[in-house]
Design a protein around this ligand. Structure first.
Ligand code: TXA
Ligand code: MG
Length: 318
């Protein structure tokens, strides 16, 4: 594993290299937003298609405003309460933001991460850092430096920051304004739920609806994503492996000797923190199939981000 200091990370980034950075959600693969070489290297290292826009990490609201042309009262209110933290806000971009970052869109995703090392690094750089999760495209996101090293070996230098506290990617939210009325659309669920964002806005006397929606512009929200190396099956309560094995093996065109039955923890905060770590661990422990049950209590809003990831990571729902 190639660990580096903040100063070394800064030098690499300014020279067009990529560096893995810790955040409270997952580790990111960062490139400096003013280095075209660095931005291109993010895509080539991840094997990520250019049509999937990147999130820009900034050290403050002030830093975010420098990259946008319509920072609304809703952006301001949400950022004031949630930043630094796991919320990405989409806003109209200005000329400082390269089309490489936004896949040619006129908007940009911005977030101020809650991690002391990465905030220190950001404060030494003009502009900000574009960073998707530090994993090969479509695969399980990393929540420790070991995960990043497993993914990229010594090709990517890492700023060590310990295990990620939240464990799944930030909530991504866009803001729409029509006839003076605001709607906040959540394109990717995460720690911040619609109810939480609505309460924050209400407390600041801003009238806005918050809804879950498909992104109208970013085709980044693909059907399959976050996939572990071994198949993952989502099942209903009452599922029996004995009764279902034959059908499942037929569907998946394989035999399974060593399935693991993965009980989700009671608490959504812990389930989220452990999610990607577990998906990696089961494969390393020699299991050949992961089975987890979606229980009625998992329908509540705080589980939305977790089941969003699991349903994209799954091979089969049974
Ligand atoms: O927690 C996180 O957000 C992590 C850490 C590293 O900060 N980053 C992350 O980045 O998850 P990434 O690239 O894996 O996910 C970014 C997603 C894109 O797939 C896209 O769907 C959405 O954010 N996005 C980015 N820019 C957008 C835009 N202008 N409009 C709509 N969606 C956008
Ligand atoms: Mg990702």
């Amino acid at each position: 594993m190639k660990l580096i200091t903040i100063e070394e990370a800064r030098d690499k980034l300014l020279n067009g290299d990529v560096v893995a950075i810790p955040t409270e959600t997952v580790y990111g693969l960062a490139g400096w937003i003013y280095s075209e070489e660095g931005l291109k290297k993010i895509f080539s290292t991840k094997e990520r298609p250019f049509f999937d826009p990147l999130i820009v990490h900034v050290d403050s609201i002030h830093g975010a405003k420098k990259l946008t042309s319509n920072w609304t009262a809703v952006h301001e209110a949400l950022a004031q309460v949630c930043w630094p933290g796991p919320l990405t806000l989409i806003a109209k971009k200005n000329d400082r933001v390269s089309p490489l970052i936004t896949s040619g869109l006129d908007s940009v995703g911005l977030r101020c991460p809650r991690h002391s090392e990465t905030l220190k690094l950001l404060s030494t750089l003009e502009g900000g850092l574009a960073a998707p999760s530090a994993n090969k495209f479509g695969k399980t996101s990393p929540t420790t430096s070991e995960h990043v090293a497993d993914e990229f070996g010594d090709v990517v230098s890492i700023l060590e920051g310990g295990p990620s506290e939240i464990g799944i990617e930030s909530t991504v939210a866009g803001v729409k304004e029509e006839n003076g009325e605001f709607t906040v659309e959540i394109y990717r669920p995460g720690f911040y739920t619609a109810t939480m964002l609505e309460e924050i806005l209400e407390s600041q006397n801003i009238k806005a609806q918050v809804v879950y929606a498909e992104s109208p512009v970013a085709p980044g929200q693909l059907k399959h994503h976050y996939m572990p190396k071994i198949p993952l099956i989502l099942v209903k309560p009452g599922f029996s492996w004995k009764d279902s094995q034959e059908t499942i093996e037929k569907e998946l065109k394989g035999k399974f000797q060593n399935p693991v039955f993965w009980d989700q923890p009671q608490d959504a905060t812990i389930a989220s923190r452990e999610l990607y770590q577990k998906l990696r661990q089961f494969d390393q422990d020699g299991f050949d199939l992961i089975i987890t049950t979606k229980k009625p209590e998992h329908e509540s809003e705080d589980w939305k981000g977790i089941w969003n990831r699991l349903s994209k990571a799954k091979t089969l729902e049974f």
